[in-house]
Design a protein around this ligand. Structure first.
Ligand SMILES: C[S@@+](CC[C@H](N)C(=O)[O-])C[C@H]1O[C@@H](n2cnc3c(N)ncnc32)[C@H](O)[C@@H]1O
Length: 250
């Protein structure tokens, strides 16, 4: 069994999750890696865009065009109805194929919290190969996932995996997303060690592979980002990296 992203319940629940930790430490690292401040970067592919939160941030924060694709129709319905923008082209994809994109058509690409939701390395590899095809030479692909080396750690808004448990490659983990309204959304994801990311990128042809594991260096620099209702908030993020960002260049 795995999380059914193609159901309205899961899509709606994920949309309601306040991605505070992700937008503090995850997405900004992806945007830096993809050099979104560079005017030569025009078209960005968001593979596994979900409800469009990240695509919307790329458009409003950087003025880029985004091709935002996902395999879940309910996710795309939320994206189109709540985060429509003429600069975002939302598309439903099947079998990791992007037939509407020519070779070398895209400047930069990202997949945020997608590979942890795929239980097969072959499927992950198909996506990476297709992204490689549509990226221009010199284009970069950033993959953002929860960090396989910090499973079980209680972060401010989520916990991925059970405390004290060691996970094997491809094993399922229980994920708790802390909802602002109280309670948790429970998901099941898959454990992929760092070498899997390096291997699928290398096999597809990507080079200059980098791994980033940001931690919170100064929480006082982020007023408003701390939820005072949680006593433990922003403690573990200062010593343990919640996320892994893997970047490859074509
Ligand atoms: C956790 S959500 C993340 C959404 C978005 N990237 C974000 O960070 O907010 C994972 C998304 O990946 C999509 N996904 C998973 N496997 C996929 C596949 N093989 N092809 C396309 N989309 C996929 C799911 O439908 C879901 O919308």
């Amino acid at each position: 069994m795995s999380t059914r992203w193609d159901t309205p319940e899961v899509a709606g629940g994920f949309d309601a999750y306040d991605d505070l930790t992700e937008r503090t430490l995850g997405y900004p690292a992806v945007f830096r890696a993809l050099r979104l401040g560079d005017p030569d970067v025009r078209a960005v592919l968001d593979f596994g865009c979900g409800p469009g939160k990240v695509a919307e941030r790329v458009v409003t924060g950087y003025g880029k065009e985004v091709i935002a694709v996902d395999g879940s129709a309910p996710m795309l319905e939320i994206a189109k109805s709540t985060r429509a923008d003429p600069r975002i082209d939302y598309r439903l994809v099947r079998d990791a194929r992007l037939p509407f994109l020519a070779d070398d058509a895209i400047d930069m690409a990202m997949s945020c919290y997608v590979f942890i939701n795929i239980g097969s390395v072959d499927v992950i590899s198909s996506i990476v190969q297709e992204v490689y095809r549509v990226l221009r030479p010199g284009g970069r692909y950033a993959i953002l996932d929860t960090n396989p080396d910090t499973t079980g750690v209680e972060f401010t808004t989520f916990r991925s995996g059970d405390p004290g448990r060691r996970y094997e490659r491809g094993e399922q983990r229980t994920v708790l997303l802390r909802q602002r309204t109280g309670g948790d959304m429970t998901l099941l994801d898959f454990h992929w060690p760092k070498e899997v990311y390096r291997q699928v990128l290398t096999d597809a042809g990507f080079g200059s592979i980098e791994m980033h594991e940001p931690i919170l260096t100064n929480p006082l620099d982020r007023p408003g980002a701390v939820d005072p209702s949680r006593g433990r908030c922003w403690v573990n993020e200062q010593v343990q990296p919640p996320f892994l960002i893997v970047v490859g260049e074509k």
